[in-house]
Every structure is written in C-alpha cells, then in structure tokens.
Design a binder for this molecule. Structure first.
Ligand code: ATP
Ligand code: MG
Length: 332
C-alpha cells in the first residue's frame, strides 16, 4: 500500500474524507444520543435524512470506524451495530439479517418469536450501544407506497425491549412519513436531523464561504488546484451550479477530474477537464447545461435553468455586490 506521499491525486480522491463542520456536528449529535440513552429509562433515537449523495452513509460509516468490534473472553463485543435495511424488507427477513450480521450460525432457523428472543439477547450480550439502520426508506413498500406497519411495529418493540438507541438514515422526506405513521415509534425518535447540500445564495456571503471552505479542503486533500482561467468566485459558483452543492456530486466531479489529469498530465484543473468530467459523471444526473463548456460565460449572463435560490439572482448580485475570491476565502 502506498504511503501518503506516494499517493497520486487519484488515489487520494478515492479515499479522501472531508470532515466539514456539519459533518462533525452530526457526529456529535449521534454521540449525544448514545450518551443520553445510557442509564435512561428510554433510548434517545435519531433520524437523519438527506438527498441521494448528501453523504449520509459516509457519515455513519466513519462514525462506526471509531468503534470497531472486539473480542473478549466471553465473546464478541459490537459497540455499534450497522445494517443497511434489506429490500424488500419483512419482519422475519430483518431479524434474520440482523442475526446473521451478529454472527449467529442459525440466523434463519426457527419461528419469528425465537429469532426475536435471540436477537434481543445478542444485542444485549454483545454490548451494542447504538444500532444504525441505513436506507430506512425501504420500510416503505415500493409497489404500494405504504409504510410497512408490521416492520415499524416490530422495530418499536425491539427498541423498547433492548433499551438501545437506533439511528435511522434515508432519503429526504421519506423517513418522516414512516415515523409519522407510528406514533410510538415517532416519540422514540425525538432527534430529527437533515444533511443538506451546501446552499449558495447570492445575497448571503456566508453560504458562499461555507461552500468555499469545503472545496478548499477537497483541493488540499487531493493536492489539486483550479487553473487561473477563472476567478476563484467564478470557479466556486460554477462548481456549485454543476453539483447543486451535493457532496457526492462534488466528489464525483473532482474524482473524475483527478483521473483525467492523470491521463493528460495537466497540472491544474482546467475548464476543459471539468467540462469533460461533468459530461461524463454528472450531466445526466443533474440535468443541467454544462457550466464549464467553452461557450458558457456566466460573467455575462445567468446560466439557463438556474435554480432560483442558487443562481437565479446572479446578474443582480453582479450589479449589487462584487464578491471577490478574497471575500470568500479569507474571512469566516
Ligand atoms: N465527508 C466526505 N468526504 C469525502 N467524500 C464524501 C464525503 N461524504 C460523502 N462523500 C462521497 O460522496 C459520495 C456519496 O456519499 P454517500 O454514499 O455517503 O451518500 P448518501 O447520502 O448515503 O447517498 P444515498 O442516499 O444514495 O445512499 C460517495 O462517493 C462518498 O465517497
Ligand atoms: Mg447511502
């Protein structure tokens, strides 16, 4: 395995983790749920919603990494138990999948009641302090769009019987209806968090600074920089436009750019590289014009199909306030 100094930007792009402020804040919220649940009569559960690519799974996987499984004389300890919610999900399927992940050789054997007993027993003896269910939106039946009430009821019982907090994550606006459909489950999930894309508001310099900081971390982590073809603020603006401020989209674009740079030998990320990366990795997904294309000049006019909150008032901003790269990057 290469050491840090021998890694190419592409190697770094594959593995890089950016711990931006909201990311750290959500790790703290998770920690708070675990601590508040200790010795409490009832566990403090949390939900985390966000659009696809917002970084939910990355956030929870990195939290998990700090609490690995370990062996003791009496057996395996699993401080945090992580499970992608199976799809399609049934009560028995969920219980069996959880048991399999805990290492039960007979996970699929027996009636539901015996699976439940074993699951509750294992969660306790393995010292689980938090259960994380990713892609919790699978509790909504894809065919009928109905919440799988049987599964949510079962989950409520497991939470109450084990007294272990649960963190559920999933697609924006798809978790709330699941919790809302079961008032007892809803009450247990008092903490409701969202992982939003980075906003960009032409009238709010703070939004631009926050995005600028994230991009700067990414450039530093990759050991790459944007070319001098555009001013800093223009690069940031176009990058936000291209990605909607979604972390996964930004990383996709930068990873592809690092790959192309390795092929072409370019020393900086140019408009041409970004344009090719956008066409290859984002164009279909975000469904917008390419803001890096040679003919695009956002200095002169707003891009077509600008999202109202991010770039719609661009020409007005240009007249009202010329935010410079220095504005965005030096103060916070
Ligand atoms: N903090 C981060 N630092 C670096 N890369 C990140 C970070 N967060 C997310 N990414 C990258 O963004 C991409 C999408 O992240 P992730 O899979 O966590 O999103 P998600 O919200 O779980 O999406 P989905 O709802 O589709 O499962 C991944 O390639 C991941 O590596
Ligand atoms: Mg995910």
């Amino acid at each position: 395995m290469n050491n840090e100094n021998e890694m190419t930007p592409l190697d770094k792009a594959r593995t890089m983790l950016i711990r931006y402020p909201r990311f750290e804040e959500l790790h703290e919220s998770i920690q708070e749920c675990v601590e508040m649940s200790r010795n409490a009569g009832e566990p403090h559960c949390m939900s985390l919603e966000g659009v696809t690519g917002a970084g939910k799974s990355t956030l929870i996987r990195t939290y998990l990494e700090a609490f690995p499984r370990y062996e003791t004389e009496t057996g395996t300890q699993i401080p945090i138990f992580y499970l992608p919610t199976p799809s399609p999900v049934t009560v028995k399927g969920m219980a069996a999948t959880m048991l399999t992940k805990m290492g039960d050789p007979a996970a699929h054997r027996g009636a539901l009641w015996s699976l439940n007993l074993r699951l509750i027993h294992f969660l306790k003896v393995c010292g689980v302090k938090l259960v994380i269910l990713d892609d919790f939106q699978h509790l909504v039946d894809a065919q009928t769009n109905r919440v799988l009430r049987e599964v949510s009821d079962w989950l409520k019982t497991v939470i109450k019987e084990t007294n272990i907090p649960f963190l559920v994550t999933g697609i924006e606006d798809e978790i709330e209806p699941i919790l809302a459909s079961n008032s007892q489950l809803s009450r247990l999930f008092a903490a409701r968090e969202r992982l939003e894309p980075f906003p960009w508001n032409n009238d709010d310099l703070q939004t631009q600074k926050t995005f600028a900081h994230f991009v700067k971390y990414a450039e530093q982590g990759l050991g790459l920089a944007f070319s001098k073809e555009l001013s800093r603020i223009e690069w940031l603006y176009r990058l936000h436009y291209a990605t909607n401020g979604v972390v996964g989209n930004v990383m996709n674009l930068l990873r592809q750019s690092a790959y192309l740079m390795q092929q072409t030998g370019d020393a900086t990320m140019t408009l041409d590289i970004l344009s090719r990366s956008f066409q290859k990795r984002l164009h279909k997904h975000v469904d917008k014009p390419d803001p890096f294309a040679a003919h695009t000049s956002t200095e002169q006019q707003p891009l077509a199909a600008d999202p109202p909150d991010s770039v719609g008032r661009r020409s007005r901003r240009r007249k009202k306030r010329q935010a410079t790269a220095a504005d965005v990057l030096t103060t916070r």
